[in-house]
Design a protein around this ligand. Structure first.
Ligand SMILES: Nc1ncnc2c1ncn2[C@@H]1O[C@H](COP(=O)(O)OP(=O)(O)OP(=O)(O)O)[C@@H](O)[C@H]1O
Length: 401
């Protein structure tokens, strides 16, 4: 829930409260409160904080107002998934097992599922798991990443084209929605879908029909849609960059994938799984002493994807220093103590290390401005943002997102 003086879920009419002042989220450990870049900030116990986990009864000062947190209602019991895995996703924490149970229930139906969570938390993996246990599991699984295709090509990609729709359209082409007929269409980064295309997706969800580009006749499609985004979609609705009607159509079942820093107890199992997937497979015993503690202490802004990269680095450059932020420079080439690497592993290590250095240098040269750095690198801001998350690189000075 967003608290603020304009366009917020909880409106507080006070001139010391910013339009969108802070976010409150109920978690197992308490209420998470996060400053959304407000002018007067959040003060808890006399200390100004960006983010805090507060127990019931705690008080937060926002400008001249004091917010008291009290939990109401009777506690509800959430069913937990009996296993520490769901499809290819692993997780032993209560949060993940509650999520697995929720997604398993959702999989049985036909409703659209919206997965929300930071980049790298496993949204695509979970979407795939939904498909794999759903009655549509024998049908196609089709992925469309709304952030990876130029906005002017999305419509053709998704809904197809008819012959002669534009110069060069020499034959009709099936869109991804049509290819997913009988199965599941996963719309990744749905928050990036341009406003002008949103009514077309809404139409598809409501009427189960698509109209190919240049065509006049709608075609029936039988697809189940699972969508995901790392954007706070409700805030985009308030900011009018995402249509409210489409949001409600997508969020028939909404699930939050928690960031890895809120479930460090999942790390040992994840590391075990990531090590076992390497060639040759490795085990926790192959890690240097104390590596697991260090991995559990890290905040993981890039979530499981960043953890995966760190585990790869650790096995290629088996020194604890390779886990520390900024370790990439010393890992530019396979270290002498590295086990003998295959060409693929060595090449991957060098590319990863090069990418991290390249991104850092451009961000520094552009004073932490992500858009300017992306322009200089010749890539989209969204792609740079995703690469930063993947490599756990933050813009110096905070930068703009
Ligand atoms: N619970 C998990 N168990 C095992 N592997 C995981 C888990 N969560 C994420 N991963 C791995 O982490 C990587 C990132 O996951 P995924 O692509 O599903 O994240 P995402 O949330 O969809 O990211 P993005 O928002 O950037 O698209 C993948 O390699 C995936 O296999």
């Amino acid at each position: 829930m967003v608290v603020g003086s304009r366009g917020a879920d909880l409106l507080v009419h006070d001139r010391t409260i910013s339009g969108r002042h802070c976010l409150l989220r109920l978690t197992e450990e308490g209420v998470l409160v996060r400053d959304l870049g407000s002018k007067n900030g959040l003060v808890v116990g006399g200390v100004r904080l960006k983010e805090a986990l507060l127990p019931p009864g705690a008080q937060v000062r926002m400008g001249q107002c004091v917010l008291s947190l009290e939990l109401a209602g009777t506690p509800q019991q959430k069913p937990l998934w009996p296993e520490p895995h769901f499809g290819a996703a692993v997780g032993a924490s209560v949060r993940m097992r509650a999520l697995f149970a929720q997604l398993h229930r959702a999989a049985a139906g036909e409703e659209t599922v919206l997965l929300l969570g930071e980049s790298g938390t496993g949204k695509e993996l979970l979407a795939r798991a939904i498909h794999d246990v759903s009655p549509r599991r024998d049908g196609p699984w089709v992925v469309f990443d709304c952030s990876a295709v130029a906005p002017n090509l999305i419509e053709a990609e998704l809904f197809g084209t008819v012959k002669g729709a534009f110069t060069g359209a020499v034959a009709s082409r099936e869109g991804l929605a049509g290819q997913a007929h009988g199965g599941t269409l996963f719309l990744d980064e749905v928050g990036e879908l341009p406003l002008e295309l949103q009514p077309k997706l809404l139409r598809m969800l409501e009427s189960r029909e698509v109209r190919p580009l240049g065509g006049t006749q709608p075609r029936k499609v039988d697809v189940r849609v699972v969508a995901a985004t790392h954007r706070p979609l409700r805030e985009q609705v308030h900011a009018r960059t995402f249509r409210q009607d489409l949001y409600y159509r997508l969020a028939v079942l909404e699930a939050h994938v928690p960031p890895l820093r809120e479930r460090p107890e999942d790390i040992p199992l994840l590391v075990e799984r990531l090590l076992a997937a390497q060639t040759p497979p490795r085990t926790l015993a192959d890690l240097p002493p104390h590596a697991l503690e260090m991995l559990q202490a890290h905040q993981w802004p890039g979530n499981v994807r960043e953890l995966r990269n760190a585990v790869t680095r650790l096995t290629l450059f088996p020194s604890l220093a390779s886990l520390l932020p900024g370790a990439e420079a010393s890992a530019a080439a396979p270290a002498p103590e590295a086990p003998s690497l295959t060409l693929r592993e060595a090449r991957e290590a060098v590319i990863q290390s090069f990418e991290r250095g390249f991104i850092r240098r451009h961000l520094e040269e552009n004073g932490g401005n992500v858009s300017a750095a992306a322009r200089r690198m010749g890539i989209s801001r969204q792609l740079l943002h995703r690469m930063m998350v993947e490599h756990g690189v933050r813009a110096p000075g905070g930068g703009e997102d």
